[in-house]
Design a protein around this ligand. Structure first.
Ligand code: ADP
Ligand code: MG
Length: 240
């Protein structure tokens, strides 16, 4: 059975020598919702970049059985979509419509298909009335939703997100949680917000200093006060 994500002994050092990932082994099955938790600097973002074939490290990463190498980057990114931490990095076209249509257009899809995918993605994130707006006129929460739409329009089967809840007010964050819960894709969410992670994921992977410290049931890992404190995190209200 081919796994959504299969990482074997993967390590990555940044060009300045920083050891960001060390001997990562991780298997994620299709349909799982997994929280990658850990303090700042743990290696969460680096791991997401590696899964999207942006980094050349040691070891192997397979996405739906396809190795995440530079050569396969385009294919890998059509299967696995990364919602980056800063939505401004994902929104660069004159209108929201153009941004959400950009991915499917790049995939070489016909105009009708591009239009219907764009409309559907905007509807899913609740921005259907905003297609003509310039992305820089959107609020912080709307930008986050727009960034998610730019990924949904490519119809990936796996979605990774880097701290998607960051800087959202509680109501907007709850709406995001509901949206993410409703998605059928495999979800991999990097976050240091334990309440957010607990509200969404049944499995947690705890990282610190570039390594996986624990991997398993979210309640068991995030409910372990000593483990959480040791790694600069806290037990979420749901598990305390
Ligand atoms: N472009 C970069 N060049 C050098 N070191 C980096 C770079 N990006 C991140 N790092 C370092 O790699 C480590 C892991 O960072 P990161 O993956 O961003 O952690 P997290 O997302 O968990 O906060 C940190 O020590 C960080 O300082
Ligand atoms: Mg990060």
């Amino acid at each position: 059975m081919i796994k959504a994500v299969e990482i074997e002994s993967f390590s990555y050092d940044y060009p300045d020598g920083t050891k960001a990932l060390a001997d990562i082994n991780l298997v994620i099955a299709g349909g799982e919702k997994v929280a990658i938790i850990g303090p700042n600097g743990a290696g969460k973002s680096t791991l997401l970049l590696a899964m999207s074939a942006f980094l050349k490290g040691a070891g192997t990463i397979r996405i739906d059985g396809i190795e995440a190498t530079t050569k396969n980057a385009k294919k890998v990114r059509s299967i696995l979509g990364l919602v980056m931490q800063n939505p401004d990095e994902q929104l660069f076209m004159p209108t929201l419509f153009d941004d959400v249509a950009f991915g499917p257009m790049n995939m070489g899809l016909g105009e009708g298909e591009v239009r219907s995918r764009t409309a559907e993605a905007l509807k899913t994130v609740g921005l259907e009335g905003m297609a003509k707006k310039p992305p820089h006129h959107l609020s912080g929460g709307q930008k986050r939703s727009a960034a998610i739409a730019t990924i949904l329009s490519m119809a990936p089967t796996i979605i990774t997100m880097d701290e998607p809840e960051a800087s959202l007010d509680p109501r907007t964050r709850n709406k995001l949680t509901d949206l993410l819960k409703s998605l059928s894709q495999t979800l991999i969410i990097a976050t240091c917000n334990m309440d957010f992670a607990a509200s969404l994921c049944e499995r947690a992977v705890l990282m610190d200093e570039g390594r996986i410290i624990a991997d398993g049931d979210a309640g068991k890992i995030m409910g372990d006060a000593v483990l959480m404190r040791t790694h600069g995190l806290e037990v979420p209200a749901a598990f305390s």
